[in-house]
Write a protein that binds this ligand. Sequence first.
Ligand code: HEC
Length: 155
Amino acid sequence: MKKLTLTSALSGLIWLSLPSMAHIEQSEPFQSLRQSYFALLGMTFAPMGDMVKGKIEWDDDRFSSWANDLHHVAQVGVERGFAPGSEQGTTRAKPEIWSNMTDFQSKLEDFRAAAAKLAEIAAQGDSAASREQFIATGGTCKACHDEYKSKDYLY
Ligand code: HEC
């Protein structure tokens, strides 16, 4: 197991201020798959947040390349990481996911659509519009986490 601390978390957006722990554990392939997906989202989203907050200098090309990465990672079929029977183990995924799969899927699609739009807007090089869409995208992460992600490991 590898411990990752997202020191560059955005204040006010608690989903990034939590220490995060991605793991690849052969006995838990589905948990590992989904956590790797989300860890990659987090590690892509965090530097964009640093730019939005002015912690690092704004650069259209870098922002756009991160937005592209986010968009492409978003497309990965993380759904198979939520296979029946993978509710337990080393996970922060709440059991409600499996009883509300349609709603969970729709929140995932909201996020994917927001990330696609972010990549599109960022490519146009309008930093104000990029900032606005970045915040909207963060809202789609939060909407899912509020309902379906526990703060601590569950089991
Ligand atoms: C459709 C729901 C959903 C969306 C959208 C979503 N997440 Fe998550 N996220 C989860 C769930 C569920 C977990 C817990 C997975 C587990 O522990 O098995 C998680 C875990 C994480 C983790 C911890 C990963 C680890 O190392 O274990 C990070 C970081 C994260 N999400 C960041 C993000 C960011 C950033 C976004 C948006 C850019 C996002 N998430 C969008 C549901 C979502």
